[in-house]
Design a protein around this ligand. Structure first.
Ligand SMILES: C[S@@+](CC[C@H](N)C(=O)[O-])C[C@H]1O[C@@H](n2cnc3c(N)ncnc32)[C@H](O)[C@@H]1O
Length: 275
């Protein structure tokens, strides 16, 4: 165990949970690569305007903006504090021209009134907080209405038999001068309604821990349920993208369209719903 300088406090007390979240959960470069490639292949043109729902620190918006001076991004999040963090740590790294192409709305994605965009993204399972069918349906309908005629909605989802279990997974992270353990805990699963309570904790070498740094109260939606709802809401086609495996058996980050996949213990996929 590492000794800490008592005057500075524990490593947990010095850490910033948004920095740790970005390091352990997000990879905006890979996400934007996927959105750009899939959109180009499906629509035979480049996506230029993006709306990132549940944007949190707006990391994906900022990566999008950096890719081309023709690109615009709108980020929507209900939490003013996380948006403020995003402005200070993410948007502040854009130059003044890039900043002009970024709009952040402190609003509810259910009621936000944005301009029509090429692509809307809702990542890291954020839309799972809509637990009732009607509620998720209203959200999907509103995204369909907010897309241009050949626009597309990008979602992710996870599943596999481990997703129905109350389990904990750990990953060591040592990046950008930050060394910590990322802990993903599926705290409670209710098979009657697929209610799923999850938390992210962060642990440090001095034994300190940020307990429930992030906490989620979700419904574990299955792929056929999501696809059927999207089609009911006016989307014309839904494609599922599955990743392959590297030589160690880990996901290789290369997502390809599939109609069939292996019944793995745990998987993450993308869904693209075309208007
Ligand atoms: C799991 S985080 C996702 C952050 C980021 N998009 C990502 O991919 O990692 C969920 C975010 O959704 C926001 N949120 C929750 N309910 C919302 C709502 N109804 N409208 C807009 N944002 C919401 C929370 O404030 C939080 O920042």
């Amino acid at each position: 165990m590492t000794k800490t300088n008592p005057s500075k406090g524990s490593l947990a007390s010095q850490a910033d949970r948004h920095t740790l979240y970005e390091l352990s959960v997000q990879c905006p470069e890979a996400e934007v690569d996927f959105i750009e490639d899939a959109f180009l292949k499906l629509k035979k043109r480049k996506a230029l305007s993006l709306r990132e729902d549940f944007c949190g620190t707006a990391a994906v918006c900022c990566e999008w903006i950096r890719r081309s001076n023709r690109k615009t991004a709108i980020g929507v999040d209900l939490d003013a504090d996380v948006l403020e963090w995003g402005k200070t740590h993410q948007a502040s790294q854009l130059d003044y021209r890039q900043k002009r192409r970024l709009t952040l709305f402190n609003q509810d994605v259910q009621t936000v009134d944005s301009v029509h965009v090429d692509a809307i993204v809702a990542m890291n399972f954020s839309y799972w907080l809509f637990k009732e069918r009607d509620q998720l349906k209203r959200y999907f309908k509103s995204t369909c209405n907010a897309l241009v005629e050949d626009g597309a909605l990008f979602l992710d989802a996870y599943g596999g038999y481990e997703s129905f279990q109350e389990i904990e997974e750990q990953r060591e992270i040592d990046e950008n001068g930050q060394a910590f353990t990322y802990v993903w805990e599926q705290e409670k699963f209710n098979p009657v309604d697929n209610g799923l309570i999850c938390s992210i904790h962060f642990e440090f070498d001095d034994g300190s821990r940020i307990e429930r740094a992030f906490h989620y109260d979700w419904r574990l939606w299955t792929l056929p349920e999501i696809r059927d709802l999207l089609l009911e809401c006016g989307f014309s086609r839904v494609t599922t993208y599955w990743q392959g495996f590297d030589k160690d058996g880990d996901g290789d980050g290369d997502f390809k369209p599939v109609t069939q996949a292996d019944a793995d213990a745990g998987w993450i996929c993308y869904l693209v719903a075309e208007k």
